[in-house]
Design a protein. Structure first.
Length: 644
């Protein structure tokens, strides 16, 4: 039995995509759990939420700043010490655009990753709290405050005046990259020459770390519409790490535009005392037929338009993905008025899913009294499957990998997911894993099954291990793959209803030999890494580690005999996909960006056809992969989005 020591100050591990660097800071606290337990949060991770980022429909850019010529002369940078300041990184500055945070607590060496915004090559701005507090001493609490301007920092960057006269609906868009330790970020707006300031955005409900290319959309109509003297103020308050900004713009928005995000048919809440284990009502991608889910439908609706929206409701529909038959439909019992910039949690009742084996989907949509002028952002679809044996949480295709820090490379470790068993008289026969590219041979892996609790700290009791198997290159998953490897128990292990289990795969040879593939965003403290003897960490992507209640034949995904095509490439406004898969009503299209996020998901349940046209105007420039899925058959295509 292993119990997590909440006072541990050992360096954390990091979940990181192959192209991203990682950071390590001692003493960074993690998420607070079911019984006031804290688990360290792995640095280098990514935003929570398994759906695309919130975006509103926008028309014309009214004002923008991409820092091509440095920080504008009418902007002001202030910090309470009088020493620290916001800095400009440009193609001709030292350091340049290839350098982000440069303090002591970044890796590799002393150079952190810069922002990856559309115009990062011509410059961006950063407040580098890490560098001002400790530019060169080793990363340790003993060396905090050894720099030219010790933390905490209160730094502001304020724009000049922006004339928005004549615009009745306006929103703020910006690209940013931040990493927080102890502190917060905020944006304020003034429309009276800096006398009054109104808060319009803060990091209060955001993760500690976000992607280097993250974009935010903030509705500012109530404060900025028809105002001639608008100013924005970007505030960094806290200790250590950084905030990088680029491509700040104000756009003309639609009057009526609802957007939904964080749609779910689960009701996961780790700190709800009504949930005995804390892991009740998690959302899974595959359910054994003995455990069909009890579904609780909800979404967060945001008014990203310029006018109030009335009678806002959530509508849901559960359908069979093969024949498109409707199993359940419902809507919110009560409608709400939502002001511009306001967000609201909407629910649409419950449904006990049937146990029939098959593929299904839940469609979410928002409605309001007004006619929505931009509809792509107010619909969402979540697929899932009732399976004969398999319990899975990942999103089926590899989109990231787990890399540990070099100092842990020879330490035995395990990585996996927490699963809650809800039916009696079941036994775990095997564990399935997707091994990631970057693994080494010769090396061995094996599966681990722990009973798991967080009621009084992390308590994990090992109740079974599989026989080890040798890794082979044919097992390795690249981006978009689903090559599965089975690890069998010598004798099936009985499991109990109402008990949470940590299902993991690991290697005694350490993280430099076994790399686990990841797919989909994980809720707090549900995807974990354990380094022997008892060091626990959590990552915010789901390891492709699954639990089997019967014989499972691990085979690679089926491929198409007839090839699919996509054009044009590069694309500006839309792509056309030609594939025999699209002739099936159960076909689904998912577009993945280079950071492993599904930024577009659609299905042809209503209109199956051989050619599909997908609008890509809202996507940033970059390389994307399209995954076509119909049942167990899939095909992958790539394209480049590029604005000429």
């Amino acid at each position: 039995m292993f119990v997590y020591d909440r006072q541990s100050t050992k360096p954390r591990h990091t979940m990181i995509r192959l192209i991203l660097s990682f950071s390590a800071l001692l003493l960074m606290l993690g998420v607070e759990l079911h019984a006031q337990v804290q688990i360290p949060y792995a640095p280098g991770s990514f935003p929570f939420g398994n759906r695309p980022e919130l975006q509103g429909g926008s028309r014309d850019v009214i004002w923008f700043e991409d820092f091509a010529n440095g920080i504008p002369s009418d902007w002001t940078s202030t910090e309470t010490s009088g020493i620290a300041s916001w800095e400009y990184r440009g193609p001709n500055t030292t350091p340049g655009v290839d350098v982000g945070s440069r303090g002591s607590c970044v890796a590799p060496s002393t150079v952190g990753q810069p922002i990856v915004s559309p115009s990062a090559a011509n410059g961006f701005v950063i407040f580098d709290s890490n560098w001002w507090d400790n530019p060169s001493m080793p990363c340790s609490p003993d060396n905090f405050g050894t720099g030219p301007a010790p933390a905490p920092h209160l730094a502001s960057l304020t724009t000049g005046f922006i004339d928005l006269s004549g615009y009745t609906g306006v929103a703020l868009l910006f690209n940013h990259y931040y990493h927080l330790y102890q502190g917060s970020l905020s944006i304020e707006l003034s429309n009276d020459g800096g006398i009054s300031w109104y808060p319009i955005w803060s990091s209060f409900n955001e993760p500690e770390i976000i992607d280097p290319n993250a974009e935010r959309f903030v509705q500012i109509t109530p404060y900025a519409a028809n105002q001639a003297f608008v100013q924005l103020r970007f505030n960094f308050y806290g200790t250590y790490y950084h905030w990088q900004l680029d491509d700040i713009r104000i756009v003309d928005t639609y009057s009526n535009d609802l957007s939904i995000r964080n749609s779910t048919f689960g009701d996961f809440n780790l700190v709800d005392p009504a949930h005995p284990t804390g892991y009740e009502f998690m959302e899974y991608s595959k359910y054994p037929d003995e455990m069909p889910p009890f579904m609780k439908f909800s979404t967060t609706v945001n008014n990203v338009g310029g006018q109030m929206q009335g009678d806002c409701r959530l509508r849901v529909e559960v359908t069979n993905a093969v024949d498109n038959s409707v199993l359940h439909s419902a809507a919110s019992a009560e409608g709400f008025a939502v002001e511009p910039g306001q967000e609201l949690l909407l629910r649409a009742g419950t449904f006990q899913m049937t146990p029939e084996i098959g593929s299904y989907r839940v469609a979410f949509s928002s409605t309001q009294l007004e006619s929505d002028e931009f509809t792509p952002n107010n619909v969402d679809t979540i697929p899932f499957r009732i399976d004969d044996v398999q319990y899975a949480r990942d999103e089926l295709f590899a989109s990231a990998v787990y890399l540990g820090l070099p100092e842990w490379e020879n330490i035995p470790f395990q990585i996996g997911n927490v699963f809650l068993v809800t039916a009696p008289n079941l036994s775990c026969h095997s564990i399935t894993v997707a091994v990631g590219q970057g693994s080494s041979t010769p090396a061995q892996i094996k599966g681990y099954l722990y009973s798991f609790s967080i009621l009084t700290g992390i308590t994990a009791t090992l109740i079974g291990t599989t026989e080890p198997i040798d890794l082979m290159p044919s097992m390795f998953n690249g981006y978009g793959d689903q090559i599965l490897t089975n690890l069998n128990f010598a004798t099936p292990i009985p499991v109990e209803a109402g008990t949470a289990y940590f299902v993991a795969v690991g290697s005694d040879q350490g993280v430099d030999n076994f790399v686990c593939a990841l797919s989909g965003d994980a809720e707090d403290a549900t995807a974990l890494v354990r380094f022997e003897p008892n060091d626990w960490y959590y990552v915010d992507r789901k390891p492709m580690v699954r639990m089997n209640f019967g014989f499972f034949n691990s085979v690679e995904e089926k491929e198409l005999a007839t090839p699919s095509k996509l054009y044009p490439c590069p694309a500006q406004e839309s792509i056309t996909i030609v594939s025999p898969l699209l002739e099936h009503a159960s076909a689904e299209i998912c577009i993945w960006d280079a950071q492993g996020r599904c930024v577009h998901r659609s299905n042809l349940a209503q209109t199956p056809l051989r050619n599909a046209v997908v609008d890509v105007r809202e996507l940033q420039d970059g390389i994307y992969q399209v995954v076509l899925q119909q049942g167990e058959t899939s095909h992958r295509l790539s394209f480049i989005k590029h604005e000429r």
